[in-house]
Design a protein around this ligand. Structure first.
Ligand SMILES: [Zn+2]
Length: 247
């Protein structure tokens, strides 16, 4: 466990180079056995066919940290923000957390969902922050005396171990066209117009629903996206979908 308060990216020069870490070009031999030994298991398969939308349920998933854009549009491991509408402009740290579904023998292994803007900002009504809650669910430790920076460091430490948890997902249809219009008009972004897989049209295949629906406002076709609606520690809940097993 690294020491709390140890800031990994404390200046913009280091932060700007962060996304390149681990992505250095490596010379690959065209005869690399990994390129030639793979057999085509299904010559009729279509690599361009859309993946089916992740069905609603609870999935075992692996959590990792994902860089966040700061207010200068630089990618950082985490960054400091302040928003007038959030706790009267109290400053806070935020990062993104990516969840990768574990479904080894199923069709959804490796499907990724991102929880954006996981914040150290304390929600006055709940008396805790998203970052502290998530840290505990991922098996990390928090305490009431921690500073926001220590909470963020604790979350990053927990995420570095690529911990597993249970994510609950649900289909959600948002109309991007209507959202863009509202943005341009300076209006509040419309809420998703349909939530929950079972409310989407049924297909001939039992239990399988069609993610394509029509926006009731502008009549455009919209495809449902699987969204995270709940995150649980492994001791709090169990997967209802997938074949996710502990390593
Ligand atoms: Zn619309």
């Amino acid at each position: 466990m690294s020491a709390f308060g140890e800031v990994t990216y404390d200046n913009s020069t280091a932060a700007a180079s962060a996304p390149d870490q681990g992505a250095q070009a490596v010379a690959i031999d065209p005869n690399d056995p990994r390129l030639v030994s793979e057999s085509l298991t299904d010559s009729g398969a279509d690599a361009y066919a859309p993946m089916p939308t992740l069905p609603d349920g609870k999935w075992r998933a692996k959590a990792t940290q994902l860089d966040i854009k700061d207010d200068n549009r630089q990618q950082q491991r985490y960054a400091v923000f302040s928003r007038a509408k959030m706790e009267n402009g109290m400053p806070f740290f935020a990062t993104n957390v990516q969840f990768s579904v574990i479904d080894h023998s199923g069709s959804f292994d490796g499907v990724q969902l991102t929880e954006y803007w996981v914040r150290t900002l304390i929600d006055k009504r709940k008396g805790t922050s998203q970052a502290a809650t998530l840290t505990r669910k991922l098996g990390g430790k928090t305490s009431a005396s921690m500073t926001q920076q220590q909470v963020m460091q604790g979350l990053l430490t927990a995420l570095a171990a690529e911990p597993e948890c249970i994510i609950e997902t649900a289909w959600q249809a948002d109309c991007q066209s209507c959202q863009e219009k509202a943005k341009v008009a300076g209006q509040k972004s419309p809420r998703p117009f349909l939530t929950g897989m079972h409310r989407f049209p049924a297909t001939r295949e039992p239990g399988v629903h069609d993610p394509i629906v029509q926006c009731p406002t502008c009549k455009q076709q919209v495809k449902a996206q699987a969204r995270i609606v709940g995150i649980f520690g492994l001791s709090e809940s169990a997967a209802t979908r997938g074949t996710g097993q502990s390593k």
